[in-house]
Design a protein around this ligand. Structure first.
Ligand code: SF4
Length: 304
């Protein structure tokens, strides 16, 4: 049974910080050497976004969900992508032009995209009223070309439109993700967490892959509740802390131990978790020491 002992974690934490610094320098150097693809619609994210997905698509920037912790509305990103209204990126003349570029970039990178999949989106909620039509068009083109897609949203209003428009696609190639914090008051214009869970249930029952972004953890109790409430309808949990926020390390260790001891198997099958690098680093845990249901960055939920 996996168990993190609180007494040994400080030494490990220092070791992991060192490893992380060396790895960041290596990744930066490697990226400079290998040149990642940066298209107008499709690109290979780096840094923290790169940990989330190898490939991503952004048609719009700006988001009306109004989350108080929004990473797009902080620091240097605030001016470039932090608006409250989703707007088509300036590099596109209009939606038709954006889609034409998307298709060209998709086809130019097809083998890699077929291997890793495509994530929608880092600069907006891809299923807002303003963004859903383009997202559906992108999803449609991607899946028709053998690329599986991952969508992350806090909205549920799209479900009917979504299901109506993709009837001829294999829904097993589409992973619908919902951010679940358990804190509606911090996400004033998003659908409620309860409604998101209900939609996850419907999509799971309809044959879609489903996943939950338990990020940012606002408090451990709420995050544990979100996991408990989606147990059995969620194929993958991705768990991360809020950047720059201080957490009690003993509570963090308890949280991880609780998940791994109580929520790792369902009907004999493993439940999969991805703990983000920064969370493991803060906890003083090496990914290599985690049990096998705790997957790495390259885990492909479409192979299950
Ligand atoms: S849904 Fe995402 S992009 Fe939109 S406001 Fe919330 S955190 Fe920001």
């Amino acid at each position: 049974m996996f168990k993190v002992e609180v007494g040994v974690r400080y030494k490990r934490k220092i070791e992991l910080e060192l490893i992380s610094t060396v790895r960041n320098i290596y990744v930066k150097y490697k990226n400079m050497e290998t040149k990642t693809f940066k298209g107008k619609a499709i690109y290979q994210p780096n840094g923290k976004a790169g940990e989330y997905s190898h490939w991503a698509c952004n048609f719009y920037k700006g988001c009306s969900n109004g989350c108080t912790y929004c990473y797009c509305k902080k620091g240097v990103l605030k001016k470039t992508i932090g608006g409250d209204t989703p707007t088509l990126k300036k590099c596109f003349k209009n939606e038709a032009h954006a889609l034409e570029i998307f298709e060209n970039e998709l086809k130019a990178n097809l083998p890699e995209l077929q291997k890793h999949g495509l994530f929608f989106s880092f600069t907006t909620d891809p299923l807002l009223q303003e963004t859903v039509a383009m997202t559906l068009s992108g999803v449609y083109l991607a899946v028709k070309n053998g690329v599986h897609v991952k969508i992350l949203t806090k909205k549920v209003n799209f479900i009917e439109q979504f299901l109506c428009n993709i009837v001829d696609l294999d829904c097993g190639n589409i992973a619908c993700g919902f951010t679940l914090t358990g804190h509606d008051e911090l996400e004033p214009n998003a659908s409620t967490n309860a409604d998101r869970i209900e939609s996850m249930r419907k999509l799971h029952d309809a044959g879609f892959k489903t996943w939950a972004s338990i990020e940012p953890v606002i408090d451990f109790r709420s995050s544990m509740k979100m996991i408990a409430n989606t147990y059995g309808i969620c194929d993958l949990y991705k768990i991360g802390l809020e950047s720059g926020k201080k957490y009690d390390n003993n509570e963090l260790i308890y949280f991880i131990n609780h998940i791994l001891e109580n929520c790792s198997k369902l009907d004999g099958n493993p439940v999969h978790y991805y703990f983000k690098d920064s969370l493991l680093q803060q906890a003083g845990i090496s990914r290599a020491d985690l049990p096998s249901n705790c997957v790495g960055r390259d885990y492909n939920m479409f192979n299950e």
